[in-house]
Design a protein around this ligand. Sequence first.
Ligand SMILES: Nc1nc2c(ncn2[C@@H]2O[C@H](COP(=O)(O)OP(=O)(O)OP(=O)(O)O)[C@@H](O)[C@H]2O)c(=O)[nH]1
Ligand SMILES: [Mg+2]
Length: 336
Amino acid sequence: MSEDKDNVQKIALLGLAAAGKTSIIKTILSEFNLLLTLTPTKGVERSSFKFLGREILIWDFGGQQRYKAQYFRYPERFFSGIKYIYYIVDAQNEEELRESMDYFLTCFEYSLKYSPDAKIVLFFHKIDPNYDGKVDFPLIEGAFLHEVLPVLQPRLQEINATITAFHTSIFDPLSVISAFSQPLLDNSGIYNTLCQTIQVFCVDNGFDFGILFVQDYFEIGHYLQTTSEKVSITNLTNFLREFDIQGISWFPEFSQGFSNFHTKKFTIEIGHDFPFYFSIGLNSLTVSSEKDDIRAKIDTFLDLLQKILRNSEIIRGGVLRTDQIDREKTDNLEET
Ligand SMILES: Nc1nc2c(ncn2[C@@H]2O[C@H](COP(=O)(O)OP(=O)(O)OP(=O)(O)O)[C@@H](O)[C@H]2O)c(=O)[nH]1
Ligand SMILES: [Mg+2]
């Protein structure tokens, strides 16, 4: 797939020394088994990896004093081209809260100047599941927001942006994954993101198409190598309907001409079981159609996809948010 520039997302991870920035990156990487390319530089560690079908560039801004001075001395070099600022507040560190607010506000000023469209996300970090120390987390969060929001809000209103806050801990990896991926899965972007993710998977494996459905075979993301496969989708959904019984995970293989389809049903528990269906199509003349092989590939991919879906806006709050899906694109797909 072509790597156009819009597809590269630069995320700046900022926060005081020992706030937990590098630990957050490591958590994401190990949870997703992602390959890391690390280029340590003066103060900023740059990592890049593919996440949700996009090229993610993370700039991990070391928080020690001597590095911070560098960032502000050459702000253009450090604060340009940022898509997202993830600011990490160590919620267990009451002593340095004041310093953290000041650092945040300074970073905010520079980002407004050099990356005015950057989205800002706050991580109240180290909110550990079994924490038994003396810090009152809501109090810390309240104090931080009370201080920074009056500065932020007027500026954010001007550019019609909002700020999001998450509670995270490396001892609850899902909280980190969730905070990390949700901003990338914002309402407008979810459909495209799923499409891109499916596209990368299909192209890497030589599959002609991939499609993700929810209940009632409502499509929420797809990749089609050529539009000629469109017609197959109607046939495929008819076939799936016929075999969709409780407890099934792998559907029987389905063939049409030289095309071979594999479909897996999986559920995500959100109060009740929520069904998803993922199908791929391949040309059995050009790609090895060894069943176990293909199933293993799909399983690995769905592992990742489930982590994403679990935390996405689509099923936020236990409700299927099909209103989040870009209907125009879905309709296009069905018009054959
Ligand atoms: N209790 C707790 N400790 C954490 C958590 N995340 C990170 N830490 C610890 O915090 C310390 C600092 O973590 P780092 O990830 O190195 O911090 P950093 O923000 O990258 O620090 P600099 O590189 O100096 O800016 C380490 O001892 C981590 O183990 C967390 O969620 N909970
Ligand atoms: Mg670090």
